[in-house]
Design a protein around this ligand. Structure first.
Ligand code: GAP
Length: 441
């Protein structure tokens, strides 16, 4: 679809999914705020992943570790030395670029000459403490998984975990990216969903293949066009300093084709060995059955939440000929339908009294109170019913419920499905079961 990215960015702002951060002051470059619908979609993505990876598995538990940690953590992790991009600067316009994104050795903005590449560390630093010369250097985490390694022993011992087991975490990460761009695709503050699976080195390959499968299956459940997903293996010189092997899940985007959305990495014993060396705390594991002693290897799943959010919007966006809804037949303009998976949709039901009459409004409010105990709902009484259906379609609401004058007598409402546009008349009491079955949450 032409201009798909522009359409997504515009819809995201107009309908309250994503706003530019600090917009009243001109906007903070590369920072975004998630609006009322955005926060619902994002929470639903995180909830679905957490259910899949933590609730539904006996071998994975959750964690929420701190965002800031002292310098030594990032020395041990290798990020202070190895977490850098190669930066070049135009000698003429002074714009900066990531070297690996350039096709020619020339400034893409003004064709000027470029400086030779310099290592540019991506970690963000802050100083803590009130006495100036006694301040300590702390770092915002560049990846959430370091907090997991720091707590590996705590979790193993407090929950009496035996290998193999995993720890999952969802949270913010920060990188001083040289060229943040493409809306929420590459920003300096973003969110990750990461799972670190601790294994016997002899079994690392088996678990690696299993987690690749789990991760791809997870995405595929929620997207319509799964041909836009593929695997790509990192070449030897692309591998991050911690990785023995890495495969990315790529999605075919309208902004430059296939791009990375997630990664599954074999990190070997890099992280636990380095933290053992720097902290002097033993990370070795002894298998009680075989008596084998080893430092566990880590299989990592790392998903960018903001990128998943963008992928699901790009995938769900659809335009259909006008006149889809009964009262808008004469309108020729395209109508937008966001075909989000029902589990991800920010609003599960639009509740629409046909007229602004107290009898209808009262019933509509009762329905809202009942359904909103379980789901995010929206009450809307303004405009024609056709317009209201369109507004719900545009934000991906799977069900619209209309309360009309017959409802007063027969206690039935009309429930309309976003995708099939099928309308059914059902009892008000049957609504929760109907929606639950439809959403399969
Ligand atoms: N712990 C491993 C790790 O962080 P990564 O490939 O650097 O690996 C993992 O990042 C995922 O985090 C990426 O696939 C992407 O989805 C997301 N991500 C990384 N940098 C990002 C950025 N600047 N903006 C948004 N998402 C980002």
């Amino acid at each position: 679809m032409e201009n798909l990215m522009e359409k997504i960015i515009s819809l995201a702002k107009q309908r309250g999914f994503v706003y530019k951060s600090s917009e009243i002051y001109g906007g903070a470059y590369s920072f975004y705020d998630y609006g009322p619908l955005g926060v619902e979609l994002k929470n639903n993505i995180k909830k679905q992943w957490w259910k899949n990876v933590v609730y539904q598995r006996q071998d994975v538990v959750g964690l929420d570790s701190s965002i800031l940690s002292p310098r030594i953590v990032w020395e041990a992790s290798g990020h202070l030395q190895g977490f850098a991009d190669l930066l070049v600067e135009c000698k003429q316009c002074h714009h900066r670029f990531k070297e690996d994104e350039l096709n020619k050795n020339q400034c893409p903005d003004c064709a000027g000459d470029l400086t030779s590449p310099k290592q540019f560390n991506l970690l963000m630093k802050t100083n803590l403490g009130v006495v100036k010369d006694k301040q300590e250097e702390y770092y915002l985490r560049g990846e959430t998984c370091q907090g997991i390694y720091l707590n590996y022993l705590n979790v193993k011992d407090s929950l009496r975990k035996k290998l193999p087991f995993g720890i999952a975490q969802i949270g913010k990460a920060f990188r001083n990216e040289i060229t943040p761009k493409n809306f929420i695709f590459r920003t300096r503050e973003f969110e990750q969903m990461e799972m670190q699976y601790f294994v016997n080195p002899d079994e690392a390959n088996k678990h690696y293949d299993e987690w690749k499968q789990v991760t791809m299956d997870w995405y595929k459940q929620y997207i319509v066009n799964s041909e836009n997903l593929r695997w790509r293996e990192h070449t030897k010189n692309e591998l991050a300093h911690y990785a023995k092997q890495a495969w990315d899940i790529e999605y075919k985007t309208p902004f430059g084709g296939w791009k990375e959305f997630a990664g599954v990495h074999n990190r070997g014993d890099w992280d636990l060995s380095r933290h053992q060396e720097y902290s002097q705390i033993k990370m070795e594991y002894r298998d009680e059955v075989t008596n084998q002693k080893f430092t566990p290897w880590v299989v990592e799943v790392s998903i960018g939440v903001d990128r998943a959010f963008l992928m699901f919007l790009l995938d769900a966006y659809d335009e259909v000929d006008g006149g889809r809804t009964t009262t808008t037949k004469s309108i020729k303009a395209k109508e937008v339908v966001l075909r989000l998976d029902k589990r991800l949709a920010p609003i599960k039901a639009g509740i629409l009294p046909l007229a602004k009459k107290p009898e209808l409004i009262k019933i509509a409010n009762q329905i809202y109170d009942e359904l909103s105990r379980q789901w995010m709902c929206e009450y809307d009484q303004t405009g024609s019913i056709g317009k209201r259906y369109r507004r719900q379609d545009e934000i991906g609401t799977p069900y619209s419920i209309t309360i009309d004058f017959d409802t007063i007598k027969d206690k039935q409402v009309t429930i309309r499905d976003r995708d099939t546009m099928k309308q059914e008349r059902i009892l008000i009491n049957a609504l929760p079961d109907y929606i639950r079955e439809g959403i399969r949450d």
